[in-house]
Design a protein around this ligand. Structure first.
Ligand code: FAD
Length: 477
């Protein structure tokens, strides 16, 4: 009898442009598609609560798609080598195929599994699918890793271009005796008591079809104006592809080529491709600096005197800081599992510089609440905002959240949507209700300290405190 092949799905929950699946389909071997809910991962690589919600729905969609092609998805929970070993023993599988992943624990796990299975005579093959460029393929002329984005992306664009995406298989050969599988519901990925995911369900369609629909909408309506619109959180100016890319429902190659095929050359296209480039850059940073989640890239920040302020952290997490753009962003995050990039930068700067709380608190909260939580992009971006990361703005450049609001949300559309209690304020005061005259507040039905908080810090005072902390830490910049 022909021995089956296992395709181990991880953050590549799609049929199209899935090289491991395409290889298995082309081989004509009986196929066991497998997803493992892996135990033993460190917190930085385990799935946060919002990701678990997404994963549930994405696995359900993938399971339906695979079943339609004839090969049902096998779900198992446990330590991955033990799960694979058991499945191989049960089914006699002789090959295991997967697409590579690039986070430190995942690399160590995959290397260990490959060695152990190869020793048992099992053929293991891995493929590039999650990035446009392998992190080790792009290096400076001196062979060292990049630490600045622009030359990194220039080197990527000078390399052989990403291959065109592969089509989804049209049929799969099932394994005659389908192995037993866990029921998806038994994994308890969805929140209960309370079910806080109503806003996520209203905003997103997890799965490959949802990813493709988002891509089409972006390419048909938004890419041409993207370079400018992407900075305005009150407009639908960006692609919102990040959770689909994070879970691998859409391949970066598909996004890259579809954008190039569809969009006319110009700033919108270049900027979109460069943002895909930032995703690559973050993966490159984590790959070449595996302790990125724990250590600042710039060593002098190791001794930074972060404050300990549980009340401040809680006010930030709940969107009760009294700074409208910050609160609106944190409400958008809590409600939808996503936040606009401009606002991510502002809320992150506020936590790190106005409250002087460590970027790691912010990274952990984002990791748990973002549907696009990605171990590389999240930590690299937090370090970037904090000023201790690669290519970061210097620490002394401190965002003024009120001015950011006035500049990028001038009519207050974003703040009014996510802080409806501020909706009645005129544009002039919507980003600074604490400075509005009493009569204006009364007319807007706003009572500071009751219906909306007063600012928990004065930005000018906080700014001076941050600069002094930096000065004490390492003599300033
Ligand atoms: P678009 O503007 O349409 O960009 C297209 C794609 O490019 C995105 O889907 C994303 O995959 C990638 N991309 C865009 N900007 C960046 C960036 N600055 N860094 C890395 N990749 C980028 N992005 C994540 O995917 N996961 C995270 O966990 C994450 N955490 C962040 C934390 C902070 C503090 C900050 C400031 C940014 C973070 N980002 C993260 C980057 C960025 O905010 C999101 O990728 C973007 O907002 C997603 O929206 P979009 O899909 O509409 O992006």
């Amino acid at each position: 009898m022909t021995r089956p092949a296992i395709v181990w799905f991880r953050r590549d929950l799609r049929l199209a442009d899935n090289p491991a699946l395409a290889e298995a389909a082309a081989s004509g071997l009986p196929l066991i598609p497998l997803y493992i809910d892996e135990t033993g991962r460190p917190e930085s690589e385990a799935d946060g609560a919002a990701t678990r919600w997404w994963l549930h729905h994405s696995l359900a969609a993938l399971g339906r798609d695979l079943a339609q092609l004839g090969a049902p998805l096998c779900l198992r929970r446990g330590e991955p080598l033990a799960v694979l070993g058991a499945l191989i023993a049960e089914t006699g599988a002789a090959r295991v195929l997967w697409n590579r992943r690039y986070t430190p624990h995942a690399i160590a796990t995959d290397s260990r599994i490959k060695a152990a299975l190869t020793e048992r005579g099992i053929e293991v093959r891995s493929f590039k699918a999650g990035l446009l460029f392998e992190p080790w393929e792009i290096a400076t002329k001196g062979g060292t890793p990049f630490r600045v984005f622009t030359p990194f992306w220039r080197a990527c664009l000078a390399a052989p271009p990403p291959e065109p995406p592969l089509a989804a298989p049209t049929a799969l050969c099932p394994c005659p005796d389908a192995p037993s599988a866990d029921a998806l519901d038994s994994w308890g990925l969805l929140p209960t008591k309370p079910d806080w995911a109503g806003g996520l369900a209203a905003e997103w369609q997890p799965g490959e079809a949802g990813a493709e629909a988002r891509l089409r909408t972006f390419l048909d309506h938004r890419i041409e104006s993207y370079a400018v619109a992407r900075d305005h959180p009150g407009q639908a100016g960006t692609s919102r592809l990040s959770p689909h890319l994070a879970l691998g429902e859409l391949s970066p190659r598909r996004a890259f080529h579809a954008a190039r095929d569809k969009a006319v050359e110009g700033a919108g296209l270049d900027r979109f491709l460069a943002e895909l480039g930032w995703r690559e850059f973050c993966a490159h940073l984590l790959f070449t600096q595996p302790d990125l989640a724990d250590q600042p890239l710039r060593g002098e920040f190791a001794a930074f005197p972060w404050r300990d302020d549980p009340d401040g952290l809680r006010a930030w997490q709940r969107g009760r800081t009294g700074i409208p753009l910050v609160d609106a962003g944190m409400h958008e995050l809590w409600t939808t599992g996503w936040m606009h990039n401009r606002v991510r930068m502002v809320v992150a700067s506020f936590l790190v510089k106005d409250l002087l709380l460590s970027w790691q608190h912010g990274a952990q909260w984002f990791h748990d609440t973002l549907v696009d939580a990605d171990p590389a992009s999240n930590v690299a971006s937090w370090q970037w905002v904090a000023g201790c990361g690669a290519d970061a703005a210097p620490f002394f450049r401190i965002f003024n959240p009120t001015l950011q609001g006035e500049k990028f949300d001038p009519d207050g559309a974003y703040v009014r949507r996510w802080c409806p209690e501020l909706a009645g304020l005129p544009d002039r005061w919507v980003h600074q209700p604490h400075r509005a005259p009493e009569a204006v507040l009364r007319q807007a039905g706003l009572s500071l300290g009751r219906t909306y908080p007063r600012p928990i810090v004065d930005h000018d005072v906080a700014r001076r405190r941050a600069l002094a902390a930096m000065e004490n830490c390492h003599g300033g910049e």
